[in-house]
Design a protein around this ligand. Structure first.
Ligand SMILES: Cc1ncc(COP(=O)(O)O)c(C=O)c1O
Length: 414
């Protein structure tokens, strides 16, 4: 078997020299090996991490969830990708299941492979339905790295690729007046992550999203909820927007829908919006979107994630984390200045942008996989898998305490 150094060198030569150098420079010579439930082991089994990043929700149900693996294995007995032009039982059944779990008239589903693609689809539909071009999104918002999604996101990722556009307007999150000022007859849609994750887990004020919807309705614009991270139980409700009693015109689901096993995403639209495809139902195509094995996996994910027992457990865990982490905040108040939380969607705001990176490394040393926010380095994203028990939650809090003490000693030493 190749040594870790050989794998790092191979990766540097053929995938990314920058990433290889970055991880080595911080002493994170970790290569994903065995994985199971909340755990990931280094390829040589020298280290085990508890996943508190979960790829932003991909591993909501843990790594290699046995129920999901079984459903995929069964699907492979008699399906393959299928054909994206033809009528498909599996696509129809999954779409019906999603529609049943959505509020109001969100009854049609367009399938995709990545979150970015599903956001692109949402924006395309909004433009065609309204005959308008401009899109408003949040400053620091993140919707993926594909064409329209990239332009809707922060300039940090769009500017280097010359993908900024005057058709995309950015307003501060949680600021209704700023949104109202930009809304006019040219705005097709307002797209918002229910909780913007990449800019540091901003929690919306209770009246913010309902006000957004009301303003959109008044202006003839659509409200698109990006639920790629907040969907599927992460916040303690099946969909994050349910906390705010609001019904989006379009909902985008990704990440966790895959069960961490088979990529699949969904753009869920109100019935009236399906009319954009009446003239030509082949106007939008995705060869792998809604691949049949993925449909089977996603159905199982939805069955597990929508159960009351599952959601109750997320809420019970959320209370344990709240209690434990607020204690840590008191203890380390000069380093850790704010705890952001909705269910198990959590962020630890540190007192300096330097500390997000240091804290991610301290967490690694303490046995936790945590990643700082790419658009606010002072925030450590904290997203444990959702299927842990109380004992493991307490162990995670203990390890987080160790990480904070490592960080404190490091800063004092400096
Ligand atoms: C809120 C949100 N929307 C969209 C995306 C894009 O998803 P993908 O990476 O699958 O294209 C992400 C990815 O991190 C995300 O966090």
């Amino acid at each position: 078997m190749a040594t870790k150094q050989e794998i790092f060198d191979l990766f540097a030569r053929h995938v990314s020299s920058g990433k290889s150098k970055y991880f080595m420079s911080y002493g994170i010579d970790f290569i994903f090996g065995r994985r199971e439930g909340p755990y990931i082991w280094d390829i040589d089994e020298s280290k085990r991490l508890i996943n508190c990043h979960s790829n932003g929700g991909v591993f909501n149900l843990g790594h290699r969830n046995l129920e999901i693996i079984k459903s995929l294995q069964q699907a492979l007995d008699d399906t393959d990708i299928g054909n994206h032009h033809f009528v498909s039982t599996k696509r129809a059944e999954l779409a019906a299941k999603i529609a049943n779990l959505m509020p109001g008239d969100l009854k049609y589903v367009v399938f995709g492979v990545s979150g970015g693609e599903a956001i692109d689809t949402a924006i395309k539909i909004a433009r065609k339905a309204t005959g308008r071009k401009k899109i408003i999104s949040a400053k620091g918002g993140y919707h993926g790295h594909t064409g329209l999604a990239l332009a809707a996101g922060n300039a940090k990722f769009s500017a280097p690729f010359l993908s900024e556009s005057d058709d995309f307007i950015h307003v501060p999150f949680n600021d209704i007046a700023a949104l109202e000022e930009q809304l006019d007859g040219e705005i097709a849609a307002v797209i918002l992550e229910t909780i913007p994750a990449t800019v540091g887990m901003l929690i919306p004020d209770n009246n913010y999203l309902p006000e957004v919807k009301k303003l959109c309705q008044r202006n003839g614009s659509l409200y698109i909820a990006d639920e790629v991270q907040t969907g599927l139980g992460r916040t303690g409700k099946l969909w994050g927007f349910e906390h705010y009693g609001v019904e989006p015109d379009i909902v985008v689901i990704g990440k966790g829908l895959s069960g961490g096993i088979y990529p699949i995403t969904a753009t869920v639209i109100q019935s009236k919006l399906e009319a954009v495809f009446h003239e030509d139902p082949f106007l939008h195509i995705s060869t792998f979107g809604g691949a049949e094995p993925g449909c089977v996996v996603a159905e199982k994910v939805l069955e597990i994630s929508s159960s009351t027992v599952f959601l109750n457990r997320v809420n019970a865990l959320s209370e344990i984390f709240q209690k434990g982490i607020l204690e840590l905040q008191k203890q380390y108040s000069s380093l850790f200045i704010e705890f952001r939380q909705k269910g198990l969607m959590m962020g630890l705001k540190m007192s300096s942008p330097d500390y997000g990176l240091f804290m991610s490394k301290a967490c690694f040393d303490a046995g936790l996989l945590c990643v700082y926010s790419a658009l606010d380095y002072s925030v450590v994203q904290f997203l444990p898998v959702l299927i842990i028990d109380e004992a493991l939650s307490l162990e995670i809090i203990e390890r987080l305490s160790n990480a904070l003490s490592i960080l404190k000693r490091f800063i004092e030493y400096k």
